[in-house]
Design a protein around this ligand. Structure first.
Ligand SMILES: [Zn+2]
Length: 157
């Protein structure tokens, strides 16, 4: 019987599990759910961890994990816009945008729905999927800043 070998570059098994796509370059900060797309030396960090004190990494990761439903949509929007097939297909992107909100809306119904719902009009133009994804990234950035301020605020106040 031939020995089975595993190819580290093959994500097909992990990616076959629904809703758990593998980040090819995971953020180096602990259990961070984001890809580590900003490289500092040999390790990649996500936009939320880069530049932060290592002592704050776990606080930041906690925010990202608490908001996993939003992180999933940020990553889905990024994947769609990085896909060669989808990026140039506005109809497909619009469909994915609708699906994204159908997934997220029940998770944020009530308190955060108004902050996160798509279609906020900006200068008379409806928001598109890419803009919504960026707004979600900023929303999480605000949550990260809040948690770090809370820690620093105790000293500064
Ligand atoms: Zn990270």
């Amino acid at each position: 019987m031939a020995r089975q070998t595993f190819n580290d570059d093959d994500d097909s098994i992990a990616n076959s599990i629904p809703h758990k796509p593998v980040a090819r370059f995971a953020c180096a900060a602990g259990q961070c759910p984001m890809p580590g797309t900003i490289f500092t030396g040999s390790t990649g960090l996500c936009v939320y961890h880069v530049g932060a004190h290592a002592g704050d990494w776990h606080r930041i990761t906690r925010v990202l994990v608490d908001w996993q439903c939003v992180m999933d949509e940020i990553n889905a929007a990024r994947r769609a816009h990085c896909s060669h097939d989808l990026a140039g297909n506005p109809d497909a992107l619009e469909r994915l945008f609708g699906d994204a909100w159908k997934r997220l809306q029940p998770m944020v119904a009530g308190a955060w729905e108004d902050d996160l719902k798509p279609g906020a009009v900006k200068a008379g133009q409806p928001e598109d999927y890419r803009e919504w994804g960026i707004r979600l990234e900023r929303f999480i950035g605000q949550r990260v800043v809040e948690i770090l301020r809370k820690r620093l605020g105790a000293k500064a106040a």
